[in-house]
Design a protein around this ligand. Structure first.
Ligand SMILES: *Cc1c(COP(=O)(O)O)cnc(C)c1O
Length: 413
């Protein structure tokens, strides 16, 4: 007897409703939004969805957990300003991100700066701004001390720790084993002693084990281990520990068969850790920093069909956008096996007949693929292709000058 199996489907992109066959982004029918933007391709980020995601986290996670936005997921200034009003802090990863963060009006004491190889100019910028520096080496500590001697400005520092464990089933591992990130856990006590001698203001620890994790139990495990490591290291701290930044790595569903992260166990675990912190490290609050999870599902990338092309029986929808605008959707941003992002024809949202097509861009490379052999409603030239889950690691994570085509725009609606 043969077993019939339906192939896994994309999780429903129900965060964006549709009306009269048109996808609504920020409540605006897509064709009208495209006219309002004034060109395709573009990225559009939906304020209502951004706010709803923060609301969900606030109502699920225990009160007192500090929620930070990690800006590298999407550093569009208007979006960062919007997020700054909703979250407790911003995490930056470069001098330029720091300037955008400061422009939002966020209190500098709630901004932190992480990243390996910070330049002297960046360190100086951060000290002058009075933001928290997550230092990743003894070199950074020494440079900060030099800056202090020269200017009289005392650097606020936390130590980013490269843990002695890995985050399981995370899309991108950023801790455990040899890494360019953070200070190896076993070297931290010596660095803490040096920080004390250098006259820096020590405030806490920062751990970030990895990104794009959809399994609650592995996030729970990583956060518990991170917390325990923080508690252990706190014994060597030169002064009272004010913050344990336990990272994040919360994932969102991109591919067929993936579902939403179950927040409930993560929330239960954080409540437990918070209780333990009150006993073991009074004065330390818990921070989580999220990028993708806060903004990824609130964004779409929109390109227009320039040509409907038939090649030996297969339909290609050639669009005015592609991998140069959205590297991740093309499968070239860290994916091992290429899979399709969820895609729709945004002006043909009514259920009906479909055809199997590939959506490509205008670049002279077969890598320029937005959807490979996907079932979509029959599309015509002028139609709008939508790539969902595009609010994070899209615009700024793409090689936009590759082949010198026009740039996409970004709007917040
Ligand atoms: C990239 C990064 C983040 C954000 O990761 P997401 O997977 O987008 O949530 C947070 N913290 C640090 C240190 C990072 O490098």
């Amino acid at each position: 007897m043969s077993e019939t199996r339906t192939p896994p489907r994309h999780v429903e992109m129900s965060q964006f409703p549709h009306e009269g066959g048109e996808l609504l982004v920020g409540g605006i029918p897509l064709s009208r939004l495209a006219a309002r933007v004034g060109q395709t391709p573009f990225y559009a980020y939906d304020r209502g969805l951004l706010a709803a995601r923060v609301d969900t986290l606030r109502s699920t996670l225990p009160a007192g957990i500090q929620l930070h936005y990690a800006m590298k997921a999407n550093p569009m200034p208007a979006l960062v300003s919007f997020m700054a009003r909703l979250v407790d802090g911003l995490d930056v990863a470069s001098g330029r991100e720091l300037r955008v963060a400061l422009d939002t009006g966020m209190d500098p004491s709630e901004i932190s700066f992480a990243g390996p190889g910070k330049s002297l100019a960046e360190l100086e910028q951060a000290v002058a701004s009075n933001v928290l520096l997550n230092i990743e080496s003894a070199r950074e500590a020494r440079l900060l001390s030099d800056i202090g001697e020269r200017t009289g400005w005392v650097a606020r520092v936390a130590v980013r720790v490269n843990p002695d464990f890995e985050l399981k089933s995370s899309g991108m591992k950023m801790g455990g084993g040899p890494k360019q990130f953070g200070v190896d856990a076993e070297s931290v006590p010596a660095l803490l002693a040096e920080i004390g001698q250098l006259g820096l203001q020590f405030e806490g620890f920062h751990l970030y084990a990895g990104s794009q994790n959809l399994r609650a139990e592995s996030i729970v495990e990583a956060q518990r281990k991170s917390f325990e490591l923080c508690v252990r290291l706190a014994e060597s701290a030169p002064s009272e520990v004010k913050s344990f930044n336990l990272g994040g790595g919360f994932g969102i569903p991109y591919f067929p068969g993936e579902g939403h992260l179950d927040l409930a166990p993560v929330a239960d675990n954080l409540a437990q850790l918070q209780q333990e912190a009150a006993g073991k490290a009074p004065g330390a609050h818990l921070v989580i920093e999220l990028g993708r999870y806060l903004v990824g599902e609130a964004g779409v990338y929109v390109a227009r069909v320039v040509e409907r092309k038939l090649s030996r029986g297969h339909v290609y929808l050639v669009t005015d956008g592609g991998m140069h605008h959205h590297l991740a959707a093309s499968g070239n941003f860290g994916q091992v096996i290429r899979k399709n992002y969820p895609v729709a024809i945004g002006n043909r949202m009514r259920a009906g007949e479909t055809e199997n097509v590939s959506v490509v861009g205008p670049l002279c490379t077969p890598l320029d693929l937005l959807a490979d052999k996907m079932d979509l409603p029959p599309a015509q030239e002028g139609d709008l292709v939508v790539v969902f889950q595009s609010g994070a690691y899209g615009f700024t994570a793409s090689p936009r000058d590759f082949l010198s085509h026009p740039q996409p725009l970004e709007v917040l609606v």
